[in-house]
Design a protein around this ligand. Structure first.
Ligand code: NAI
Length: 462
C-alpha cells in the first residue's frame, strides 16, 4: 500500500511524486513511456531547444552588423535534432535519477483507476494507494479533413522528431504552439503560412503585445491569415506536398501542414466503471480548487483537467494536491494570475489582466508602457522590437493602485516576467515596486520604468 499512487509521469505526475516523496510519503508512479511526459519529450523542452537553434542561426546571420564576417549560415537539421535529443536525454536521466533517489517506485505500463484506491497496470499488477493522483496528460487534436500521417500532415509530436525541415509549411492555428513553430521554421528558412480561425493570433494575449509578434512575423515573410476557416486539403499526386484550402476559395501549396489547434485530455480508459470519478463531456476530469475529483482520495492535475495547459501550472496543481493529502493549509492556484511565456521570436510573457480585459470588466485603469527601443541593453543586443506594458487600477484620486497585469513582448521577456509575476500576485502598487532598484543596463529596466511612470514620475517614460 502506497501513500500516493500517481498515474502519468509528466510534469503534473512527477511533481506530485517528487513533492510527496520529499514530504516523506511513499509514492509510486505508473508510466507507459518515459518520465518527463509531453513537456520533456514532445513539447516544451524540445520546442524551445529548436527555437534556440533558430536564435543561433539568426545571430550568425546578423553577425556582420557587429563587424564579424561569416559565410551565409546553413542548417543541417539532423545535427539540431541530435542536439535536441541529447538535451532531452540528459534531462530525462536527471529526472529519473532524482525520482530514484527519493525512493519513488516507477512502474512501467498503462495505469487505470478501478476504484477503492486501486490502480490496475497493463502488466496485470494491481497497486493500492491511500490516495491516487491522475495525471495522464493530453495529446494534440486534429480537425476533420486533416488526418495526421506524420509526413504531410503533422502535429507537434511529429514536427519535433523531424530529421529535415520542409521548405514550406502551413500552420493551422496561431496559438502558442503554432506561433512557436512558425517562428522557428521561418528563421530557419522555410516559407510559412499561418491560418488562424479567430481575428488575431495568440488569442488571450494583450492585443498590443500580440501585434508586436504579428508585425515581426510579417516582416520576416510569414504569411498570416486571421479569421479564416480551413476547409480541407488536396495532396499532390506524388504525395510530395498538398494544397490547403481556406477562407473564400483561397489555397496555399506547401510541403507540409502543421496542425496546432489545441490538445485534448488523455482520459479514455483512465477510469474503470467501478470508480466514481466524473469526466466532463470534453474528456476533462472534473476537480475542485484542491484538485479533488468527485471520488474521495482521488485527485487530478495537469492537462487532464480543464485549466491552463502549462507545465508549470501542472507543477502548482500537483503541490496543491499533495498538500491537501498531507492535511496542510493549501492556497489554491489562482488561474487568473499564472505566468504565461511564449518562446517565439520575439518572445511574449505576461501575467494578470490585459488592458482590454480590465476595460471590459468595467475597471478604471492606468496603463504605462516602455518600448524596448529606448532600452540600452536592447540596443546593445540589437533587439529593439517590443515593449513592457503595465496595467494598474486607478484610484479615485487618480493615482495608481494595485498592479493588475504585466505584459511583455521582446528579447528574453520570458526571463523577465518574474518581477511582474510577483507584483501582480503580491497585489503590489507602483509606489511600492518603484522604490526597488533595477540594475543598469538591463532589459528588466523596462518593467521598472513602466512601473515608475505609473507613480506619475517616470525617469524616461512619461
Ligand atoms: P491553443 O489553444 O493555444 O491555440 C490553438 C489555436 O488554433 C487557437 O488560436 C484557435 O483559434 C485556432 N484554431 C482552432 N481550430 C482551428 C481551425 N479549424 N482552423 C484554424 N485555426 C483554428 O493551442 P496550441 O497552440 O495547440 O497549444 C496547446 C496547448 O499547449 C495550449 O493550451 C497552449 O497554451 C499550450 N502551450 C503553451 C506553450 C507556451 O506557453 N509557451 C507552448 C506550447 C503549448
Amino acid at each position: 500500500m502506497f501513500d500516493v499512487l500517481v498515474i502519468g509521469g509528466g510534469p503534473g505526475g512527477y511533481a506530485a511524486a517528487l513533492y510527496g516523496a520529499s514530504a516523506g510519503l511513499s509514492v509510486a508512479v505508473v508510466e507507459k513511456d518515459k518520465v518527463g511526459g509531453t513537456c520533456l519529450h514532445r513539447g516544451c523542452v524540445p520546442a524551445k531547444e529548436f527555437l534556440e537553434t533558430a536564435a543561433a542561426f539568426r545571430a550568425v546571420g546578423g553577425a556582420l552588423e557587429f563587424g564579424i564576417s561569416v559565410s551565409e549560415p546553413k542548417i543541417d537539421f539532423s545535427v539540431s535534432q541530435a542536439r535536441k535529443q541529447k538535451v532531452v536525454d540528459q534531462l530525462w536521466r536527471g529526472l529519473s535519477g532524482l525520482m530514484k533517489g527519493r525512493k519513488i517506485e516507477i512502474i512501467e505500463g498503462v495505469g487505470r483507476y478501478v476504484g477503492r484506491g486501486r490502480v490496475e497496470v497493463s502488466n496485470g499488477r494491481i497497486l493500492e494507494g491511500q490516495n491516487v493522483v491522475l495525471a495522464s496528460g493530453s495529446r494534440p487534436r486534429s480537425i476533420p479533413g486533416f488526418d495526421v500521417d506524420g509526413k504531410i500532415v503533422m502535429t507537434s509530436d511529429e514536427v519535433l522528431s523531424l530529421e529535415s525541415l520542409p521548405s514550406s509549411v502551413a500552420v493551422i492555428g496561431g496559438g502558442a504552439i503554432g506561433c512557436e513553430f512558425a517562428s522557428m521554421m521561418a528563421d530557419l528558412g522555410a516559407k510559412v503560412t499561418i491560418l488562424e480561425a479567430l481575428p488575431q493570433i495568440l488569442t488571450g494575449v494583450d492585443k498590443e503585445i500580440a501585434d508586436v509578434v504579428l508585425k515581426s512575423f510579417r516582416r520576416r515573410g510569414i504569411n498570416v491569415h486571421t479569421g479564416v476557416a480551413v476547409s480541407g486539403h488536396t495532396p499532390r499526386a506524388d504525395s510530395t506536398g498538398t494544397a490547403v484550402h481556406f477562407g473564400d476559395q483561397q489555397s496555399v501549396t506547401v510541403d507540409a501542414v502543421i496542425v496546432s489547434v489545441g490538445r485534448r485530455p488523455n482520459s479514455e480508459d483512465l477510469v474503470g466503471p467501478e470508480a466514481s470519478v466524473d469526466v466532463d463531456q470534453r474528456g476533462f476530469v472534473a476537480v475542485d480548487q484542491f484538485m479533488r475529483t468527485s471520488e474521495q482520495g482521488v485527485y487530478a492535475v495537469g492537462d487532464l483537467v480543464a485549466t491552463a495547459q502549462l507545465a508549470h501550472v501542472g507543477f502548482a496543481e500537483a503541490i496543491v494536491a499533495i498538500k491537501h493529502i498531507l492535511g496542510e493549509h493549501v492556497v489554491p492556484v489562482d488561474y487568473s494570475k499564472v505566468p504565461w511565456c511564449i518562446y517565439s521570436h520575439p518572445e511574449v510573457a505576461f501575467v494578470g489582466m490585459t488592458e482590454d480585459a480590465a476595460r471590459d470588466a468595467g475597471l478604471d485603469i492606468i496603463v504605462k508602457k516602455d518600448p524596448f527601443g529606448g532600452n540600452s541593453r536592447a540596443r546593445i543586443v540589437g533587439e529593439t522590437d517590443g515593449l513592457v506594458k503595465v496595467v494598474a487600477e486607478k484610484l479615485p484620486d487618480g493615482s495608481a493602485g494595485k498592479i493588475l497585469g504585466v505584459h511583455m513582448a521582446g528579447p528574453w521577456v520570458t526571463e523577465q516576467l518574474g518581477q511582474g509575476y510577483l507584483a501582480v500576485n503580491w497585489e503590489a502598487t507602483p509606489d511600492e515596486v518603484s522604490q526597488y532598484i533595477q540594475p543598469h543596463p538591463t532589459l528588466s529596466e523596462a518593467f521598472g520604468e513602466a512601473v515608475m511612470a505609473l507613480t506619475g514620475r517616470g525617469l524616461h517614460v512619461g
